[in-house]
Design a protein around this ligand. Structure first.
Ligand code: CP
Length: 356
């Protein structure tokens, strides 16, 4: 059965086909109005959300299906101590497909080990957010008609920025993509992503802490929020929260067609005056999120009916030591201690990609 936990759970060709389907849905919504009649999507949201949960709901409704679930884990039996494994073994009886958001890295990787229905990762801690990536890719494609040859700047919290991690992995598989990672030293992109994405493909990258220096080179600038909920102390968050603020002044040296992207919600990192700039695409991303999620739900259920198996992973899974990451699902639930072993022998936690 096919799930979507990571943006690399889809081939480049499958991503291109999802984009084509989303464009067809956007152009001819009436064609899909009853496509998933009598099907049910469960949205299990252990962490707050506006866009992702509501766009999944709208997507399923516009395909003629129904939606059930919870938007606050405290209102469910999670509050009584029910595990992720038991929760999905219950919910799979009521739904054909599950979209799960969790505050802990790797929680959906625990869920898939027990679920008989497809699982979609709707954001797991500071790890991955593959449906935001599909949203971002559809937006970039609608504006630029290609991903090849683009220079993409990621700015802000690149350490815990799950949208950045997933989009980097997806874009790194296209031709001649260049990444510019702009962050304070404390919030740099994890090393495994640079190694995995850039050292394996033909993309290259630059790291800097100066947005002003690199903004003229960018085809797209992906701003991110410094996420209060990922910090151990409020003091550390306050010190870093306003590291980068995009305003009209900084945009003066940017290309006339540079895309300004942001997964939202934003706090201070993009000033409101930028909303009126023709290059601002962050509310277009929201609209595209519904179309691409319609395409994704439709496709995963079709693949389930066809009996499609997951793609072969480029790593082995072995039993190993318990993960030391306090943000991993293994820190709060008694999950099997599994590790991924990559081709070069490097080991990382199966759930959260952390190296002990
Ligand atoms: N982009 C995104 O994930 O937004 P929400 O947290 O509101 O779902």
């Amino acid at each position: 059965m096919r799930n979507l936990l990571d943006s690399t759970d889809l081939t480049v060709q499958e991503i291109d086909e999802l984009i084509a389907l989303a464009l067809d849905i956007a152009a001819k919504p009436e064609k899909y109005r009853e496509a998933l009649k009598y099907k049910k999507l469960a949205t299990l949201f252990y962490e707050p959300s506006t866009r992702t949960r509501i766009s999944f709901t709208a997507a399923m409704m516009e395909l003629g299906g129904n939606v059930l679930g919870f938007s606050d884990a405290n209102s469910s039996s999670v509050n009584k101590g029910e595990t992720v494994a038991d929760t999905v073994r219950v919910v799979e009886n009521f739904a054909d497909i599950i979209a799960m958001r969790h505050n802990k890295d790797g929680a959906p990787y625990e869920a898939v080990q027990y679920s008989k229905v497809p699982i979609i990762n709707a954001g797991d801690g500071g790890h991955n957010h593959p449906t935001q990536t599909l949203t971002d890719l559809l937006t970039i494609f609608r504006e630029k008609a290609t991903f090849n040859g683009l220079t993409i700047g990621f700015c802000g919290d690149l350490k815990f920025g799950r949208t950045v991690h997933s989009l980097t992995k997806a874009l790194g598989r296209y031709k001649n993509v260049k990444f510019v990672f702009i962050s304070p030293n404390e919030l740099k992109i994890p090393a495994y992503l640079k190694n995995e994405v850039c050292d394996k493909s033909n993309c290259n990258y630059l790291e800097t802490n100066s947005l002003e220096e690199v903004i003229p080179t960018l085809d797209a600038l992906y701003m991110t929020r410094v996420q209060k909920e990922r910090f151990d102390t409020e003091e550390e968050y306050n010190r870093l929260k306003d590291s980068f603020i995009l305003d009209a002044e900084k945009l003066k040296t940017a290309k006339k067609d540079m895309l300004i992207l942001h997964p939202l919600p934003r706090i201070n990192e993009i000033t409101q005056e930028v909303d009126n700039d023709a290059r601002a695409c962050y509310f277009k991303q929201v609209q595209n999120g519904k179309y691409i999620r319609m395409a994704l739900i439709y496709t995963l259920l079709k693949w389930k009916d066809e009996g499609q198996k997951p793609l072969a992973a480029d790593y082995k899974v072995v039993e190993g030591e318990k993960c030391a990451n306090p943000r991993c699902i293994s820190s709060i639930e008694n999950v099997k201690p599994l590790q991924k072993v990559s081709e070069n022998g490097q080991k990382r936690c199966y759930y959260c990609d952390y190296s002990n």
